[in-house]
Design a binder for this molecule. Structure first.
Ligand code: DSN
Length: 426
């Protein structure tokens, strides 16, 4: 088994120079090929991305921006960064794009430093209710600098109640409101958020890291169409690009954002990553990709339907995007860590997850979170989701039955053989 992007010479050289890392690489390819990836933030990048990530662009320092760099030799790096920026603007209907953030957290931090002053108040979503670490969790460095306050979803529905967000905005007078999540299975009322930000006089930001690809493919709404000031997204999740981040914003914030990313937060941008992003942003404009984005949502519906039929308790009762959170504690009497481990043994990878106002702890939470972007990238459809839901229910009902997990794993491997991972040859 090998990735089509490597040449035999390069692999031989690696094997000779570093047997341990070579071996881990080979085993990871087998793991990814023979198991079902349901972690909703993971995906298989486009095969075209691999050669660029392993390219000579890795060797180049390019501090600055196209046409204004601090080092020479930038004729090709300027070309790729300009392509990435222009394509990002076109795909997301943005006035400005910065494609240099190294990943999600520095991307969001660059926005805070660009548009706010230390001690300013930011209203974001609570982590256990679906928000993200970088939206103000007390364990983060940003929490020491800005005054984060966090809205929660309603219990037991799990939905965002905009009247609660409005009341928090009236009470705390935030300078910025963040709409975005890493485990909220519903669409946002972007127009409602815009209205609240206008009433509060706050800058409005959406972090659509999970949804970037689904927005690019036209399957979900785009917050920029609702007048959001800033939209951030990572580039390796539903977008299927290289690891990285991207900031899209109104022209009036462009200078401040660019200055905050470089030199404020970062030095040399990762040009191999930016080259791969440029190509990704071309590929997401194709009809095939639009079809993929629609299928991700159709597959999530099919998976949710099968799980509900099997007795699973879904947070919010279902899903309107690519992800599903289930309460394994109430549904099956097990915590998320046990569910995660047992499903892993059956060849299905997902992650334990807190549920809103979780009575349990982060390492032994009440739920699991999963989604369909990666399985859909292998070409799986509703029929396969129905099959997977039945396997998952059997595991969740008998998580300690080693013989059952082994036989289910064999079934999962058979399914995987029919749907090769993009870019990995069997
Ligand atoms: N780690 C990502 C996720 O799984 O949602 C977000 O940073």
């Amino acid at each position: 088994m090998t990735n089509f992007a490597y040449s035999q010479e390069a692999l031989d050289l690696l094997q000779k120079s570093d047997k341990e890392v070579f071996s881990a690489l080979m085993h990871e390819e087998i793991r990814q090929s023979e198991g079902i990836e349901l972690i909703p933030s993971e995906n298989y990048c486009f095969p075209e991305v691999y050669p660029l990530l392993g390219s000579v662009f890795n060797n180049k320092y390019s501090e600055g921006y196209p046409g204004r760099r601090y080092y020479g030799g930038q004729e090709n790096t300027d070309t790729i960064e300009t392509l990435a920026r222009e394509r990002a603007k076109k795909v997301f209907r943005a006035e400005h794009a910065n494609v240099q953030p190294l990943s999600g957290c520095p991307m969001n931090e660059a926005v805070y430093f660009a548009l706010l002053e230390p001690k300013d108040t930011i209203l974001g979503m609570d982590l256990s209710h679906g928000g993200h670490l970088s939206h103000g969790h007390p364990v983060t460095n940003m929490y020491k600098i800005f005054n984060f306050v966090r809205y929660k979803t309603e219990i037991p529905s799990g939905n965002i109640n905009l009247e609660h967000v409005r009341a928090m905005a009236k009470e705390h007078k935030p300078k910025m409101i963040i709409c975005g999540h890493s485990s909220y299975p519903k669409e946002y009322d972007y127009a409602g958020f815009r209205k609240i930000a206008d009433e509060a006089g706050a800058i409005l930001m959406a972090d659509v890291s999970h949804l970037g690809g689904l927005i690019a493919g036209g399957a979900l709404k785009n917050p920029l169409d609702f007048g959001f000031d800033v939209v951030t997204t990572t580039t390796h999740k539903s977008l299927r690009g290289p690891r990285g981040g991207m900031i899209l914003c109104k022209e009036k914030f462009a200078k401040a954002i660019d200055k905050s990313v470089f030199p404020g937060m970062q030095g040399g941008p990762h040009m191999h990553q930016i080259a791969a992003l440029a190509t990704t942003l071309k590929l997401v404009q194709t009809e095939d990709y639009k079809q993929y984005a629609k299928q991700v949502l159709a597959n999530a519906q099919a998976l949710a339907k099968g799980l509900i039929a099997g007795g699973a308790h879904l947070v919010t009762g279902g899903t309107e995007n690519h992800l599903i959170v289930i309460n394994t504690f109430t549904g099956f009497g097990i915590t998320g860590d046990i569910a995660e481990k047992s499903l892993d043994e059956a060849g299905i990878t997902l992650n334990k997850n807190m549920i809103p106002d979780d009575p349990n702890t982060p390492m032994k939470p009440s739920g699991i979170r999963f989604g369909t972007p990666a399985a859909t990238a292998r070409g799986m459809k509703e029929k396969e989701m129905d099959f997977l839901s039945k396997i998952m229910i059997q595991v969740l009902k008998s998580p300690h039955d080693a013989a059952l997990l082994k036989s289910l794993h064999a079934e999962v491997k058979e399914l995987c053989k029919k749907f090769p991972v993009p870019g990995i040859k069997g």
